[in-house]
Design a protein around this ligand. Structure first.
Ligand code: GRF
Length: 221
């Protein structure tokens, strides 16, 4: 059994988190706001890393005086070198927890191993629905609307070698409404689910309340 308990025991100070982003950064903003307003306790954002130099998420980090940098595959001669540089950038932050908040780059296998049960991802559906290869961003909501589900939502899970397959930590359901477009549904899932369960999951982990047994999480009291 490995998870936040061991992290809590080994950690002296606050839980250091590294947030990895690729786009607008609304989930990053929810985490920044959560740390500020006390929704997320015992936590500090050590830094933000993006693969996209134009990600507005980087501006959000800078506005909040959080160290940020871009590590782009375009800047390296091979994926192997990029993977190495990405891992170096994460390691330099010495995070207790890595948070993938809309990070659209495949995580190197060695990084998944190193941060097993210490790396989480937010996915905009109720896993195992509408997830896995090819299901990201608006495509998730297009699939939910095409299937005609009445409930969708979001999931926070630990990252393992699969795509959206790691132990589930939190989920929150959101109603699909008549006439929803993918964009309208995406926004509702963000507002009502993602921006609530990602901060909550970080707070639980930062306070040693999440462990993993037989590839399923146990959320402690
Ligand atoms: C969110 O919809 C999240 O569920 C998905 O990527 C999107 C990121 O949005 N993983 P933002 O960059 O946090 O605004």
């Amino acid at each position: 059994m490995l998870g936040a308990d061991s992290m809590k025991d080994s950690r002296q100070g606050k839980c250091r988190i590294a947030v990895m982003v690729s786009g607008g950064g609304t989930n990053l903003q929810a985490v920044i706001d959560g740390v500020k307003d006390g929704t997320i306790t015992n936590t500090e954002i050590a830094g933000v890393i993006s693969n996209n130099k134009n990600a507005y998420a980087l501006a959000r980090a800078q506005e909040n005086h959080i160290p940020s940098r871009c590590v782009s595959p375009k800047d390296y001669e091979s994926r192997a070198v990029f993977n190495e540089k990405l891992m170096e950038a994460v390691d330099e932050l010495a995070p207790d927890l890595v948070v993938l908040a809309g990070f659209l780059v495949v995580i190197p296998p060695e990084m998944i191993r190193k941060y097993r049960n210490r790396m989480i991802n937010i996915h905009p559906s109720l896993i195992p629905s509408f997830c896995g290869t090819g299901y990201y961003g608006l495509k998730v909501h297009e699939a939910a609307l095409a299937r005609g589900v009445k409930l969708t939502g979001a999931t926070v899970h630990f990252v393992d070698e699969g795509t959206d397959t790691g132990p589930i930590i939190l989920q929150k359901a959101v109603e699909v409404q008549q006439g929803d477009t993918p964009e309208v549904l995406q926004r509702r899932v963000m507002e009502q689910a993602e921006w609530k369960i990602l901060p909550r999951a970080i707070d639980l982990i930062a306070n040693g309340k999440v462990t993993v047994q037989d590839n399923r999480t146990v959320i402690g009291g």
